[in-house]
Every structure is written in structure tokens, then in C-alpha cells.
Write a protein that binds this ligand. Structure first.
Ligand code: DX5
Ligand code: ZN
Length: 221
């Protein structure tokens, strides 16, 4: 299985956003993760389409937009136009999940569903065919630099099982507290896409850290 490292620009210096993104690219990042927060679904506000468009100008890498917002459908058109490669919506904010995922695909983007730590995986089986990515949150969303929740490891294994059973080819992403000491456990449990904010941007050598995280996985087969 391929390891995909997705640095989250939430921990980047926004005054030097393009340079920070170039740095990730040079470090071998597979994806750039963009955390959109509306101050309603989560108790924090970040950014919207303008920053997505700036990131799009800075790199050709896929832009994975993680939408921690209520009524995500009101942003689908503008985020797709701004250059999002994929949009991931929270099941807790998506009462019509299947329709919303289908709409993201209609706009030419990859469709992702995210589940908070307290949310069961149950409904995911029902939409497996409509998913390009399943995001299992390993912290409660809202802030970078939080501690990884250990119970997430077993949940990632259950998510892997559901994707395999439904023959889904969706990526299995983890987000929150992913660092040298946690990545191996979630990789073994079946995750293949690893969001890392703090671990990358507060490392002494952020570029090298991307490779270190990848190597930890690849050396654990
Ligand atoms: C948290 C965001 C994450 C965040 C992860 O709500 O969804 O993407 O940037 O940050 P770290 O890796 O620092 O936990
Ligand atoms: Zn995120």
C-alpha cells in the first residue's frame, strides 16, 4: 500500500503561505491538506475560498479540503472553482450525505466523508460506493497540535474492514496528532493517508520530517 503524507497548512506561517507549500512539495508531500473551519461546526475560524485559490496558485499537488463547517454544500461550487482537488465533509453536518458526496463528484472533485472521534462508522457502509476518501478523525477537530486519541487505532482498523468488505477503493485518511510516535499504529491498522500539521511545521527540518514519517511506515511492513 502506498503511503501518502498530507501536511496541514493550519500550522504553517500564513504570511509565507506559498513558500511553506513549496517547502512541503520539495519535502515530497503527496497532498496539501487545507482545514476550513466556520466557527460553528468547530469552535475556531480559519479560511475559505481565497486561501484555497492562493494554495492552488502555489502548487500542482492535490488540494485536500477538509470542511469543518455546517451546511458544507453552500461552499461546494466556490471551493471547486478555487481549485480544490477533493472536498471532505463531516457526516455530523451532512444529513443527506449520499447526495452531498454525489454533488462533490459532479463538480469534478474527489468526495470525502469525515467522522469525529465520537461518531460511529455505521453509516459509512451505506455510502462506500460514493466515497473517494474516508477520514477518521484522531482528535476532536478544531485545532492543530492536539494529542492523538488512542482509541482511534481500533476505529481505523474497523474502517479498513468496512472499505475492504465493500470493495471500496477510497483512501483511508487519519487527521490529528499524527507524528513519529503515532503514525506507525494507524498505518498498521490500515490507514494510507496521513495528515500532519504540527509534526511537520514545528519540526527542526520540516522537509526531512515528511520523509521521516513516510519512512516509519515503509519500514513497518
Ligand atoms: C484539526 C485539523 C487538522 C490539524 C491537524 O481539526 O483537522 O488537520 O491541522 O493538526 P496536527 O497534526 O497538529 O494535530
Ligand atoms: Zn484536517
Amino acid at each position: 500500500m502506498k503511503v501518502r503524507i498530507a501536511p496541514s497548512i493550519l500550522s504553517a506561517d500564513f504570511g509565507r503561505l506559498a513558500e511553506e507549500i513549496h517547502m512541503c512539495e520539495e519535502g515530497g508531500a503527496d497532498v496539501i491538506h487545507l482545514d476550513v473551519m466556520d466557527g460553528r461546526f468547530v469552535p475556531n475560524i480559519t479560511f475559505g475560498e481565497k486561501v484555497i485559490a492562493s494554495a492552488r496558485k502555489a502548487t500542482k499537488l492535490p488540494l485536500d479540503v477538509h470542511m469543518m463547517v455546517l451546511e458544507p454544500e453552500s461552499y461546494f461550487e466556490s471551493f471547486a472553482a478555487a481549485g480544490a482537488t477533493g472536498m471532505t465533509i463531516h457526516v455530523e453536518a451532512a444529513p443527506h450525505l449520499q447526495r452531498q458526496l454525489a454533488r462533490i463528484r459532479e463538480l469534478g472533485c474527489l468526495a470525502g466523508a469525515a467522522v469525529n472521534p465520537g461518531t460511529p462508522l455505521g453509516g459509512i457502509r451505506e455510502v462506500a460506493a460514493d466515497l473517494d476518501l474516508l477520514l477518521v478523525m484522531t482528535v476532536n477537530p478544531g485545532f492543530g497540535g492536539q494529542e492523538f486519541i488512542p482509541a482511534s487505532v481500533a476505529k481505523v482498523a474497523r474502517a479498513r474492514h468496512i472499505l475492504d468488505e465493500t470493495r471500496s477503493r477510497a483512501a483511508l485518511e487519519v487527521d490529528g496528532g499524527i507524528a513519529r510516535d503515532t503514525i506507525e499504529k494507524v498505518w498498521r491498522a490500515g490507514a494510507d493517508t496521513f495528515v500532519a500539521g504540527n509534526a511537520v511545521f514545528s519540526a527542526r527540518d520540516p522537509k526531512a520530517e515528511i520523509e521521516t514519517l513516510r519512512r516509519i511506515c515503509l519500514e513497518t511492513v
